[in-house]
Design a protein around this ligand. Structure first.
Ligand SMILES: [Zn+2]
Length: 459
């Protein structure tokens, strides 16, 4: 066997890329006209409802109580109107009633390839079982992103995070396996060791949270390493809003001399929305699920309006997820994107969480909207925190933000005034601003904590 043959074996993808040229992993579904996509959705939703009704007691009971049988759903409108939504707490309750899996799973543990769980930051962790099929499909969603932005099997990936209980980056790994590229793991190393590995092994793709990519670049500077001179050409992010926000994307791209992309994932339902190659936001993978955007009363919002993303997965067959409230705030568009995809676009990625939404004098404010506006004031960085405290009449909101390193201290007060004016003009409410010393806010390896709620919790 020649060296070339050995290389070919090493790079053999698990699933073959179906569109070997151009920017589509699967051009057929990624450019499918809306009418045809809707026909596909209806067929898949009907089959999924039947599957869940027959195999999962949790759904059987839920639909029986709603007076619903799978054959009652004859149109997409029927599905949107009559099928009840569920929530993470419903699945947690089912698991707690009969640990570990409860009555919300469709397959016995013999079929589980992995056991994952959510972080539990908003309560009891939700356990998430994966079959091999589910894992490969979650991985393939990442392959849509990798291929779409131009990453090919000859590229090599640097995974800069600890390998934990969360599905996200494990699925990113399976995405690389689908593509057939090389993986370099930075798990178990500290940040300095990771930087030295990047210098030595010359990976072309960095996978991390956006905040950690910025932190690594900052640390590199202190160590005399210029990350923009490394071999990294692409940075790929998930876990928190980032590359959808122009100021953050620009900061990452400058620091690494690379193009920054993101994927919007929901652990329970999949790596649901690979980033747009034109950096317009994230496209919901419409061959692997169905999504609607609802207002706080559960009614659909119009295209371009902000609402809560509610999703159904066609690939999570171990623990089906049907009309699942994500609590993620998104702005969806259904026109064909500049990148050629017909899949619905979440403009700017995830804009925030319904739980983080603050209402000041009847105006809804979410953290990502504030992060968006930081770039309107020259000299501000994207390291910020948002604090909410009870005020005399309304909630009082304060943004703490760092300037870019090297900004003279006498600029701090004028920058505070400028940002306050921008926030007032664009959001319509008064928000306090404090410019704090560079590097004074904490940095995070996984999800960054931006939002601090000091209001007493209602009983
Ligand atoms: Zn696009």
């Amino acid at each position: 066997m020649s060296v070339a043959d050995v290389n070919l074996l090493r790079k053999q993808p698990l699933l073959s890329a179906r569109s070997q040229s151009g920017s589509f992993w699967n051009e057929y579904t990624e450019t499918m006209p809306r009418e045809q996509l809707n026909e596909l959705h209806l067929k898949r939703l009907q089959a999924l409802l039947r599957y869940a009704y027959d195999r999962v007691p949790f759904y059987h009971e839920l639909y029986k109580e709603a007076g619903l049988a799978p054959e009652d759903i004859r149109t997409l409108d029927d599905f949107n109107r009559y099928v009840p939504t569920i929530d993470k707490k419903d699945l947690v309750k089912a698991q707690s009633a009969d640990p570990p899996w409860g009555d919300s799973v469709a397959l016995s543990p013999d079929y589980y390839l992995y056991h994952f769980q959510t972080s539990g930051s908003t309560g009891t962790p939700l356990k998430i079982p994966f079959s091999l099929h589910t894992q490969l499909q979650y991985g393939e969603q990442w392959a849509y992103l990798y291929w779409g932005v131009g990453i090919r099997p000859h590229d090599s990936f640097y995974f800069a995070f600890p390998w934990g209980m969360y599905t996200g980056f494990w699925s990113a790994y399976w995405g690389v396996r689908c593509l057939g590229a090389t993986v370099i793991s930075g798990g178990g190393l500290n940040s300095e060791q990771r930087l030295h590995q990047i210098e030595l092994l010359k990976p072309t793709v960095l996978v991390s949270t956006p905040t950690y990519a910025l932190y690594l670049a900052e640390l590199a500077k202190e160590l005399g390493i210029d990350t923009s001179e490394t071999a990294i050409k692409y940075t790929i992010h998930a876990g928190e809003p980032g590359p959808g926000i122009p100021t953050t994307r620009q900061a990452i791209e400058v620091a690494w001399g690379a193009k920054a992309y993101e994927l919007y994932g929901v652990g329970e339902a999949g790596a649901i929305a690979p980033g747009c190659p034109d950096q317009q936001g994230c496209h919901f993978g419409e061959d692997q699920g169905y999504a609607t955007v609802l207002d706080s009363s559960g009614n659909p919002v119009g295209p371009g309006e902000v609402g809560e993303n509610v999703i159904t997965s066609y690939i999570q067959m171990a623990q089906p997820v049907i009309k699942y409230r994500t609590h993620d705030l998104v702005r969806a568009h259904y026109d064909v994107c500049s990148c050629g995809r017909t899949w619905l676009l979440y403009e700017g990625g995830v804009l925030g969480r319904t739980d983080d939404m603050i209402t000041i004098k009847g105006t809804n404010v979410y953290p990502a909207a504030i992060e968006y506006l930081l770039s309107d004031v020259p000299g501000l960085s994207n390291h910020y925190e948002l604090h909410v405290a009870p005020g005399r009449l309304n909630d009082e909101v304060t943004v703490k933000v760092e300037p870019r390193p090297g900004t003279p201290a006498e600029r701090y007060v004028p920058m505070e005034k400028d940002l306050q004016a921008v926030l007032k003009a664009k959001i319509g409410v008064t928000i306090n601003v404090e410019v704090v010393e560079p590097s004074s806010l904490p940095r995070y390896e996984l999800k960054a904590k931006r939002f601090f709620d000091h209001r007493a919790k209602k009983a």
